[in-house]
Design a protein around this ligand. Sequence first.
Ligand code: N1C
Length: 262
Amino acid sequence: LMWPRATPPRAWNGTGSTPHFSEIVLGRCFTYTQLLRPELGHADCGQIGKAFTNAFLSKDPCHSSEQDYQLLLKLTSQTIPCHSSVFWSKSTQLAHLYTRVRQDMFTLEDTLIGYIADGLNWCGDAGSYEMNYQSCPHWRKDCINNPVSVFWDTVSKRFAENACGEVQVVLNGSVSNTFDKNSTFGRVEIHNLHPGKVSVLKAWVMHDIGGVYSYHTCSSPIIDDLKFILSKRNISFTCEDDYRPIKFLQCVKSPEDSSCRK
Ligand code: N1C
């Protein structure tokens, strides 16, 4: 039996849980399964919401584990058709804009579990039944094995394991770490693609319109790092700079830019 504590939970260096976390999770689950993808209409949002909070409530927020999320993963299992997985790194907005137009393509946030958790923050405390709305562990300043980081690593791993056929990744050529071995994409996802299932990874290296400087293109050594990891894993790799279908989306915002007029 746990007693209410007299002292407030310990203060961490990261943002606290998102206000109304449980209500948002429940609402998003119903929106996704009832309105956006009725083929998942059988999902039990009540159970999903409970499995999510049970994954971290009353637990030390620096000892979160993949195991904690297993029931949640099981309840949100979803089949993504082959040739439709889209990974991204340092290009959140553009990648999601792309799959918003191409409804047949999926980033992780276009799947139920990613849609529910996108942009939220959460943690609990070993000595309490409650969520900590004051602060949560910061991955660098406090601990790596916090509930949010472990969650994204766990669901990103499953998303990559389940990918099949031709898969895509949207990379940002306007930042120095276009390919980053320490990002979720570089650290988790590429290592969990199944060589027998995934025929090719197609990288699109996109550059900001009006950006002063392009850090990297497909010919940059940093892309060779990615190419090398995939060749070792027996997965084919192609790379294209400023892939036209995505470039058009950037041009919607900047139609007068010289690169959009020709
Ligand atoms: O670390 P990243 O990008 O390379 O992660 C992106 C990569 C995508 O392909 C997704 O499938 O990993 C998956 N993913 C998410 O979908 C996601 N949504 C929100 C990983 N992380 C995700 N987040 C949060 O953003 C999470 O807190 C993580 O640390 C960042 C990733 O940002 P990034 O470095 O641009």
